[in-house]
Unconditional design. Structure first.
Length: 214
C-alpha cells in the first residue's frame, strides 16, 4: 500500500514547501484596518510525471471584523455587499479555520513542512492573511509568514504580462471578465496560471537536457 503521507515528489520540488494559491477580496488596501470580505485557496498537486495541477479548492465569504473600515470605492470595484443577507459569510476566525484545515491536511499528506502562499501580487494577499491571523489569535497558521511565489513576476518573465487577465490569456487559458474580482474565480485562474508557468519551465529544462545529449 502507498504511504498516505508521501503522495508525490512535490515535497522535493519547492524546498519542502507546498504551494497553495490564495486570493482575497477586501474593503480597502490597509490590512490592519480594512475588512477581509472573501478568501479562497487552491491546493497545488503534482502528478506522477512531475506536472503541477490545481487541486482542492476552498472559499469563504467573511464577515467584517468589529470596527473594520469599509472603503466605498473598494466595494464598488469588487461589487461586494458585506451585509447582504444571502452572502453566508463566516466570522473571520471560522473562515480562516475553514481554509487552514484542508491546507494543513495537504501539507501532512504531501510530506511538506509548510505551505507557501502563491498569489497575484502575493504581498497583498499575505498581508491580509497575516493581519487576520493576528486579530483572531490563531496559533497554527500553515503558511510561511513572509515567503511567497508571485505570479506577477512569474508571468512577466514567462509571457511579458503582469495583469492577471492578460497573463491568463497569454498562457492560452480561458478568462471570463464577468467572473473576475471574486476570490474564488481569481484563485482558480491564478492556480492555473502558476501551474502553466512551472510546467512550461520544466518542459523547457527537459528539452534543453535532451538537446545537450544529442
Amino acid at each position: 500500500m502507498d504511504d498516505p503521507t508521501i503522495q508525490t515528489a512535490i515535497n522535493q520540488r519547492f524546498r519542502g514547501y507546498l504551494p497553495v494559491v490564495v486570493d482575497v477580496e477586501t474593503a480597502g488596501f490597509n490590512a490592519a484596518t480594512d475588512a477581509l470580505l472573501e478568501i479562497a485557496a487552491v491546493i497545488i498537486q503534482m502528478d506522477d510525471q512531475g506536472r503541477l495541477h490545481p487541486g482542492e479548492t476552498i472559499g469563504c465569504h467573511v464577515e467584517p471584523f468589529e470596527g473594520a473600515n469599509l472603503e466605498p470605492k473598494a466595494l464598488e470595484f469588487n461589487g461586494i455587499d458585506p451585509w447582504h443577507p444571502f452572502r453566508g459569510a463566516l466570522p473571520e476566525r471560522e473562515a480562516l479555520q475553514t481554509i487552514f484545515r484542508p491546507v494543513r491536511q495537504a501539507v501532512k499528506r504531501s510530506g511538506c513542512k509548510r505551505a507557501i502562499l502563491v498569489g497575484h501580487n502575493a504581498f497583498f494577499d499575505l498581508g491580509f492573511l497575516n493581519a487576520a491571523v493576528e486579530r483572531t489569535g490563531i496559533k497554527r497558521n500553515p503558511f510561511h509568514p513572509f515567503s511567497t511565489f508571485d505570479t506577477v513576476s512569474l508571468a512577466g518573465l514567462a509571457y511579458g504580462q503582469t495583469v492577471l487577465a492578460r497573463a491568463v490569456e497569454a498562457a492560452g487559458l480561458d478568462w471570463d471578465g464577468r467572473e473576475a474580482h471574486s476570490a474564488l474565480y481569481d484563485t482558480v485562474k491564478t492556480a492555473e496560471l502558476f501551474c502553466a508557468i512551472v510546467n512550461r519551465w520544466e518542459a523547457l529544462v527537459a528539452l534543453e537536457s535532451q538537446t545537450k545529449k544529442c
